[in-house]
Every structure is written in C-alpha cells, then in structure tokens.
Design a protein around this ligand. Structure first.
Ligand code: IVH
Length: 673
C-alpha cells in the first residue's frame, strides 16, 4: 500500500471507528462485535505506526497513551462554571419555585421545568473548536480550572471530534458535563486492586475526580471513566434552541451524550413526582446520583433570571435525604478554630456510610450537645450529606451504657490554657487569647487551603513543623521561606521542598476574592468574598471602605460590615497585609465583565411598585449593566426609579437634585432601545 492509499484507508477507518464509538458509548447500541471493533482499531494503529504523518490529534487511537503531563496548566473559563443552590424538601422546592415566579413577576403555575439526575462525579468543561476537541478543564474555583485536556481525551465516551449533528459544527462550543465512574466499573476496579493487595478506593466520586487529575494520562486511561453532558456555557445561536429540554435532545446528535432518557419536563408538580420516582430508582441506576437538578426550561426566562454571585437563579439542586448509620461515640474532643471557637468533636468508632468511612463528626457547640444529650460511650445516629462534615443526629438512648456523664466544655482553652469566654450572640465559647497557637495554626491552615490561596503541599504537618521552629509568626512568613529552611525539616526532601516553593510562588498571583476569603475575616465566607471583590476591585479600596460604604451593598449586613472594618483597622492585620504585599503577593481584581457596561459606575434606587419587572429583576438588570443599587437616597445617588405609589423618597430625591426616572425610562436605559 503506498502512502496515498494508506491515507485513504486511514480516513475510512477513522470514520468507521468513530461511528462505532458513537453507537457503543453514546447510544448504547453497538452494531458490531467487540472482536470486529478491535480488528478495525488495530488496523488503524498499524497504519499510523507505519506512516506517523497520518496520525493526527483527532484520531480515535489518540484516546489512550499520550505522554505524561508535567503539571497542570490553568484554564480560564470564558463564562464562570457556577455551582447550584440546594433544596432538601418539597417545601423548600416550592419556595424556590415561588421565588422564581416572583422574580419574573409571573404566576408559578405557568412555569415549566426540566429535571435531570444530579450526577455524583466531577465537573468538566470541554471546548470544541469547529468540531474538534481543543481543551478540557476542571471546574476549579469556577473561574480558573485545571487543564486536563490530555486526560479527558482518554475518556471513551468523549468524542475527539463532534459528529455533524443536525447542522454544521459551531465555531466554538463549550460543553459541560460530569465525569463519573459507574457502580459496576467501580466495584471491579476495587476487586482488581484487592487482588493486587492494593488499598481500596473509598467511593466512585473521589476516584473519578482523582483519576481525572493523574499526571500521567495513561493512568487516567486505565480507569473506567464515563461522562454525561448537562449543558453548554452558551447555546450556539445557529442551533436556535428555545429550551434546556431541546438542548438535551440536541447534544447527542453531535455525539455528546446527555441523560435525556432519565430526564423529565413539566410543571413543578410533575417535577415533584419525578423526584419521588428517581429517589425510588436511585439504587437501580448504573451510576450514583445524589439528587436531581431542576432547571427553568425556557432559555429566555433563564436569561432574565440570570445569576447570583455563585449560582444561577434558574436552577436548583434538589438533594436526596442524607445517608445515615449508627456507631459508638468513643470520646468527645475539643477543637479550637481560627476564631478561637471551641468546638466539641465526636470521635467515633469507624463506620462506613454510603461508601465513606466516618471517624469524626462535629457536635457544633455546648448547646447542641446538651439539647441532644450526647455523652461519651453513647451509640449515636450519624449522617452524611454530600461534602458537609458528618453530624450526629441523635443518641440511641436504649443503648446507653450505665455510668455516663453529661459533657461540659472545659473552662480553659485545651491548647493554650487561657480562660475561655462564652459569647451568647453566637452561642460559642471562645479562647480569647489572640496568640493561642491553635488559632494561629487554624488560620494558617485556612489561608493555604484549596479554596483560599490553594498552596499545594502546604499541609497541617508542614505547618506544625514550621510553627515548632518559630518560622511562621504570621501568614506573610510563608512567602519568606527558602529551600534551606524547608530542607532542614524532617521528612522534607529536595523534591518536595522544591514543589512547595513553587506552589508558594504560584499563589502570589491570586484572584482577589480568594485572597479576601483566605484572610479569614469573621463572617466573610467565599460568597461574601466574591461580592466584595466584585464591588471594590482592589484590596486597597476594600480596606478603606467605611461601615456605610459596606452596608450600601445589597448583600452586606451590619454584622459583616462591622467585622470588616474591625479587621482592617487592627494594627496586626495591617502589618500582615503590608508584609504580604512586600513579599510580592498580588491579588488580582476579579471584576467580572458586565454583559454591557451602559450603566457603569451609576447608582440606582427604586421606590414604589414596578409593573413590568419585579424589584429583584430590576436590581439584577442594574448590576448586569455595570451599575450599583443603593439602599437610601443621598446626594451621590444618580437615579431614583419611581414606580406606582412611591414613598417619601421622591421628595427627598427632588430636594437633593437627584434625577428621577419612570419604569419605562429605566427599561429603555438598560435595554438600550
Ligand atoms: S447544571 C449552572 N446539571 O453539580 C448550572 N449540574 O452543584 C450548573 N451536576 O458543578 C450545573 N449533575 O458538577 C447540572 N444534571 C446536572 C448535574 C450537575 C451533576 C454537578 C455539577 C455542578 C454541581 C453543582
């Protein structure tokens, strides 16, 4: 066979194999035997071996065995990968439906939803350029993910090239889905490991996530990973799709399999029936699911509903009830957190609940322990819900042995011996010693953790050793560590030291919202950190903000504002921030680009009843166009939008010379027509 003939044959084989891959993996309907498939596949391998020039990136043979990756690069998602708000009961689900209806200013009975299983795996985004797989990434923090292209290419049900579908390929398609391992595949993987005397994997979800992040794609290829697609970052306009339901039908025509057979479309009442039937079918499915995801079906409504800081308003995860188990509580320990809070922790006899071995559960605080009367030696009911720390539900009193005693938190900090104080506002007991070593340790652990500065390899053991050596007085000291210091520590070899130093270096440039979260300011979690980062755009501006500036932000209440002002006026904190800056830590403004910037910098306030829009939608429209919504009339207010039966705000605004606007004028302004 000459080269031209070989080239022709290679093309034919690739097309044929792609066809069979799709039949097998997407439609679950193979039309040839495995043996016949292997013969085709081997012929293609042999030809590509003979003529390496014919082996191109989109060949089915390239699905396995690329060279090991040295480290993962990062990928910025063009549009953020959001998370979902949860509901747990029919009542909470109804509340959500009610919120959607009221935001849209429309009756709830007219809304239609699509619901699909909530896969328990790990999220990926796969970018196809003109139909060819170009890039795949993990969700990461939602904005920045890890580049796992080579690994994703090894997943058999991920097409390297889209089939032509109902039309031509979009110029760029950002498909999103969940990578997972099926139940049976997981079991046989563990059987193999057991035979080889290797440690068993805990559950399919962690194994799927871990497999996707192997540095050697050959390892990933050896794991039975699979995928379901549940959406796209943006529906290509030429597909002319009007709903999520249509999207679920369309993606498979391009070779991207969805859970369309397991999905349902209907009214909120019908979705409740679907939820009950999925809960019943749960254990019979070939893969694990932890609930259902309900999405407002209509794309136009989805668009109007838009997103909050981290999750869309148009979708919700309706989680199944948590899994429970009973075990013996051996001891109640006390942990000191980064704010000094003393938390009672249950040390349990290890128990396997839904595939995860549980040994610790939080008991929250003294009140909770008393209310549930939890004692050392008790047999307790423990539950696990998703990622949440396991908790003790109740004591099985019948099994209480004799001679147990009620539990009391100690009067002194178990770590530093300082006296503790009870804070009735928050029902917590705190060690008030600012230099308590346990608090410092917890602050450091939080600072480097994955969802904060994400310094890989900087774990609790390393922190402990550095603390003992007096090398970690504050978080800023992390950035002055050098090779010699690290190498002088027990268990730190050349390579691990180098890795840690590299991770520290990488973390210096970090998104502002992560940095704010890392600071561990009381009442400032991830979502609040993101709001603050978006609002202020730099740490300097945030640090200057007054209580009033902060409270003007919709989502920020007086308690959070106070805590922020207190944090930034504390001398020790100011010094730490100064040192961090000196050490080269540069938090990057992470202001999301508003969809349009027509209202950039303008402030708005609403008064009276709007007719076309709900208050919430009106506020969301302002934000989306780059403007701000404030809560009171002042000289600096740009526009007061006046609806029906306005209050005293109008007079005040007129007195101060603030511009007034009708709802219609406002709509013209934001829609630009
Ligand atoms: S939709 C903006 N659909 O759940 C909507 N997510 O808690 C984004 N997930 O990160 C997600 N099954 O990894 C959607 N049918 C499904 C899903 C699903 C599993 C995961 C996904 C997401 C997480 C959010």
């Amino acid at each position: 066979m000459n080269r031209a003939e070989a080239a022709k044959r290679v093309e034919d084989l690739k097309a044929e194999i792609r066809f069979h891959n799709r039949q097998y993996y997407v439609f679950d309907d193979p039309v040839i035997s495995d043996g016949e498939y292997d013969t085709l596949f081997r012929e293609l391998c042999a030809l590509e071996e003979l003529h390496p020039g014919l082996r191109v990136a989109d060949s089915p043979t390239q699905k396995v065995g690329a060279e090991p990756l040295t480290a993962f690069g990062t990928v910025r998602h063009r549009l953020p990968m959001l998370s979902l708000n949860n509901v747990a009961t029919a009542e909470e689900f109804h509340d959500w439906v009610g919120q959607v209806a009221s935001f849209l200013n429309a009756p709830a009975s007219g809304l239609r939803f699509t619901a699909e299983p909530k896969m328990d795996g790990t999220a990926v985004e796969i970018v196809y350029l003109r139909g060819v797989l170009a890039e795949a990434s993990t969700r990461g923090d939602g904005s920045l993910g890890e580049d796992v292209t080579e690994n994703v290419k090894t997943i058999r049900s991920v097409p390297l090239r889209l089939s032509s579908g109902s039309g031509v390929w979009p110029e760029r398609l950002e498909a999103r889905g969940e990578v997972f391992i099926g139940r049976r595949e997981f079991e046989s993987l563990n059987e193999t490991r057991s035979r080889a005397g290797e440690e068993l994997y805990a559950n399919p979800r962690n194994t799927a996530a871990g497999s996707l992040k192997q540095l050697d794609p050959r390892l990933t290829a050896s794991r039975p990973l699979d995928i379901f697609f549940y959406g796209v970052a943006e529906s290509p306009p030429e597909w002319k799709l009007g709903s999520h339901w249509e999207l679920l039908q369309t993606l498979p025509t391009f070779g991207l399999k969805t859970m369309r057979e397991l999905s349902a479309r209907g009214t909120s009442g019908q979705i409740l029936e679907y939820q009950a039937s999925m809960l019943e079918r749960r254990e019979t499915l070939a893969f694990e699911i932890d609930g259902i995801v309900v999405k407002v079906d209509d794309h136009v409504l989805q668009d109007r509903l838009g997103v909050r800081a981290r999750s869309p308003r148009w979708a919700v995860a309706y989680k199944f009830p948590p899994r429970q188990g009973t075990t013996r509580l051996e001891k109640i320990g006390v942990q000191v957190g980064r704010t000094g809070a003393l938390t009672p922790v249950a040390h349990l006899e290890p128990v396997n609940i839904g595939g995860v071995v549980i040994q610790r559960a939080t008991l929250h605080n003294q009140d909770e322990v008393e209310r549930k009367d939890i004692r050392e030696g008790d047999t307790v009911l423990v539950e696990r819900a998703g990622d949440v720390i396991p908790r003790v539900v109740k004591v099985i009193l019948d099994k209480r042995p004799s001679g147990t005693h009620p539990f009391r938190l100690p009067k002194e900090c178990p770590e530093c011996g300082h006296t503790v104080r009870f804070d009735p506002d928050e029902v917590v007991t705190r060690c008030v010693n600012m230099s308590c070593p346990a608090q410092r340790r917890a602050r450091l652990e939080h600072f480097v953790s994955r969802r904060a500065m994400d310094i890989e390899g900087f774990g609790p053991k390393l922190i402990e050793r550095l603390l003992v050596k007096g090398r970690l007085e504050s978080v800023a000291d992390i950035f002055t560590l050098d090779r010699d210091t690290l190498m002088s520590l027990e268990l730190m070899a050349e390579k691990s030291s180098a890795n840690v130093l590299e991770a520290i270096e990488r973390s210096k440039v970090t998104p502002l919202h992560r940095f704010i979260h890392a600071l561990g300011i009381r009442h400032v979690g991830e979502a609040t950190a993101e709001i603050l980062a978006n609002q202020f755009g730099s740490l300097a501006k945030l640090a200057e903000a007054t209580q009033d500036d902060l409270e003007e932000i919709d989502e920020i209440g007086p308690k959070v504002a106070e805590s922020l002002v207190e944090f930034f006026s504390d001398d020790e904190n100011r010094k730490a921030l100064f040192d961090l800056e000196k050490a080269g830590v540069r938090p990057l403004a992470s202001k999301p680009v508003p969809v349009s910037s027509s209202l950039e910098g303008k402030s708005f306030l609403f008064t009276g009843k709007l007719t076309e829009l709900s208050r919430d939608e009106a506020k969301a429209l302002v934000k989306r166009s780059g403007g701000r919504v404030v809560s009171s009339v002042s000289k600096s207010l740009d526009f007061l939008v006046v609806g029906d039966k306005p209050g005293t705000k109008v007079k005040k605004a007129e007195d101060l010379g603030v511009a007034l606007m009708t709802e219609q004028e406002f709509l013209t302004e934001v829609r630009g027509v």
